[in-house]
Design a protein around this ligand. Structure first.
Ligand SMILES: Nc1ncnc2c1ncn2[C@@H]1O[C@H](COP(=O)(O)OP(=O)(O)OP(=O)(O)O)[C@@H](O)[C@H]1O
Ligand SMILES: [Mg+2]
Length: 378
């Protein structure tokens, strides 16, 4: 399609085409059908401006079957209570802080909560060491500001300000990476539910329905610890690592299947054995002990999270599709595993070699995997 064709297309259908063609659609686009079915079946009370009742939001996240037979796929696999507490928090005057080690689905849960509650997961501030106050409050359109002075028209609202004005869910990613003084901008927003605009002698008051979901990484603790004043404005929910290998295999295969479909990769079922293997290796190295509890292991420096297992398997499926026979095999995941485990070339390599020779080599039915790992290790 040429530029002029794109421009002559009506805006509405252009937005639809973009959503279909998007490399990674937003949760509310990818699961629009499920959200619509839930809204239709949902006769429980909804908090102000919520698209669904808390019960329906929890069902959207955890999965279930509606009375008319519509199947809602699970987005989050984990304790039901965690999701219930998270959803309930959003209906109170406290904000929600999702805390956990890397790769425990904090960002994922935050996106899906915002999609289910407000129908929009894009009111997002990405926290970094360089996040300025304007990213949380508002900025200015300088051309307008210089030409006409400060006015509402010259003001560029942040995603948080827009969420306040519209009674929606705002998201702040990696809250603890944001410098402490910038973090504290959130205190007034969360306690007074207002955002003062001194330049205009005005304010934006939060409308009912507004709330905020922040995520923070356990490993970043100490980088910019939350002030106690700010922490009190949040209800903290800790997302755990998957409790069992079966649960983790389930998470990985589901996500890989979804990702694979958007990348036109082969179906997962043929690769279950290999997924099991990746998860076993990751869990054993992470826990520092073999699955049978018999052999102690050293843990490498990288975080061998579920998210990493998902990338290794997706990468393996792509290899199998483009250079193999379409079936996921040991050789397709070996290089990915090595890359995830060996982050520090010196120390991690020794840990990996030891694991390879003492555990992988001796294990029944793992000869193909041992050989594949040896091939990529040299
Ligand atoms: N319990 C789980 N249920 C469903 N998906 C999960 C689970 N744990 C991890 N995942 C998957 O792992 C991937 C990565 O998760 P996500 O990016 O949300 O992690 P995170 O906790 O935000 O990590 P980080 O601290 O690195 O930002 C997502 O694709 C998500 O689907
Ligand atoms: Mg994250």
């Amino acid at each position: 399609m040429t530029m002029s064709e794109i421009e002559s297309e009506p805006t509405e259908s252009r937005a639809e085409t973009a959503a279909e063609e998007a490399l990674r659609p937003h949760a509310e686009q990818a699961f629009a059908d499920e959200l619509a079915a839930l809204a239709a079946a949902d006769d429980r009370p909804r908090p102000a401006r919520w698209r669904l009742s808390p019960w329906a939001v929890a069902t959207y996240l955890l999965g279930g079957t509606l009375p008319d037979g519509t199947v809602i796929t699970p987005k989050y696999v984990g304790p039901r209570r965690i999701v219930e507490v998270a959803v309930t928090t959003l209906a109170t005057d406290r904000a929600l802080l999702l805390l956990g080690v890397p790769g425990t689905a904090k960002t994922w849960v935050s996106e899906h909560l915002a999609a289910a509650v407000s129908g929009d997961s894009t009111l997002l501030v990405q926290g970094t060491a360089g996040t300025p106050e304007e990213a949380i409050r508002y900025g200015w359109n300088y051309a307008q500001l210089l030409a006409n002075g400060p006015s509402r028209a010259a003001l560029v609202p942040s995603p948080v300000m827009r969420a306040m004005a519209q009674g929606m869910t705002a998201r702040v990613e990696e809250l603890t990476r944001i410098p402490a003084d910038v973090q504290d901008t959130l205190i007034t927003i969360l306690s007074e539910k207002t955002l003062p605009i001194p330049e205009l002698g005005a304010e934006t008051q939060a409308v009912r329905g507004f709330n905020l979901i922040a995520t923070a990484n356990d490993r970043d603790r100490g980088v910019n610890e939350l002030s106690s004043a700010l922490r009190r404005r949040f209800n903290t929910v800790v997302l755990p690592l998957p409790a069992t290998a079966e649960e983790e295999v389930d998470i990985v295969s589901r996500r890989v299947d979804q990702l694979g479909r958007s990348l036109d990769l082969p179906a997962v079922p043929d690769g279950m054995a290999e997924i099991h293997r990746v998860v076993t290796v990751f869990r054993e190295l992470r826990d520092g002990v073999t699955a049978d509890g018999r052999t102690k292991l050293k843990s490498p420096s990288g975080t061998l999270s579920t998210a990493e297992a998902i990338s290794v398997v997706t990468g393996g499926l792509a290899l199998a599709a483009h250079f193999g026979d379409g079936v996921l095999r040991a050789g397709d995941v070996a290089a990915g595993i090595l890359g995830a485990v060996v982050r520090d070339p010196a120390a991690d390599r020794v840990i990996w070699q030891e694991y390879l020779e003492t555990v992988v080599r001796e294990r029944d039915g793992w000869k193909d995997f041992y050989r594949a790992c040896r091939e990529v290790s040299v």
